[in-house]
Design a protein around this ligand. Sequence first.
Ligand code: S3P
Length: 171
Amino acid sequence: MTNTDTKIVLTGFMGVGKSTVARYLSKFLSSENRDLDDFIEKKETRCIAEILNEDGETAFREIETKNLRKILETGARVIALGGGAWTMERNRKIIKQNNYTSVWLEATFEYCWRNIIFSRIERPLAKGKAKTHKLFQERQQIYCLADWHFIVKPDSDARNIAEQIYREVFT
Ligand code: S3P
């Protein structure tokens, strides 16, 4: 039996695997899978990289917050956030107000970086290893404000992490 009131947002650095874990978790819960970046792209009819490259980060964050409100209103049980969404205080407030529990997926920088460079997704805020590492370090203290914390080890697979979250957070 799962606690039917529980709804979570998944946060963590780019490349940690939030979207994949969210997909597995939604399957376990037989619920719809929601991904904030996909949601933004559909609503704005532009891809995230285009928005960031054309409008800049400040404008992107405004768009992100606007769409975060909308996606939370859907009441989906699992929402994968983009890696920067949780770092904005206003977003953390909105997430709480909507009774969502936050779950931080943490991996080493090297793990995330490998996934970033081998990914087909363009991530304008992850340009250059040194700069991205700095961003990673700066964000650790904000990610750790999440309600739950799960470690992604180099040999752990997304299905196992999802199972762990399912067991510990939802039941
Ligand atoms: C960002 C992470 C990306 C995306 C955008 C900005 C960030 O999502 O929202 O490129 O600031 O960390 P992923 O974490 O899914 O890559």
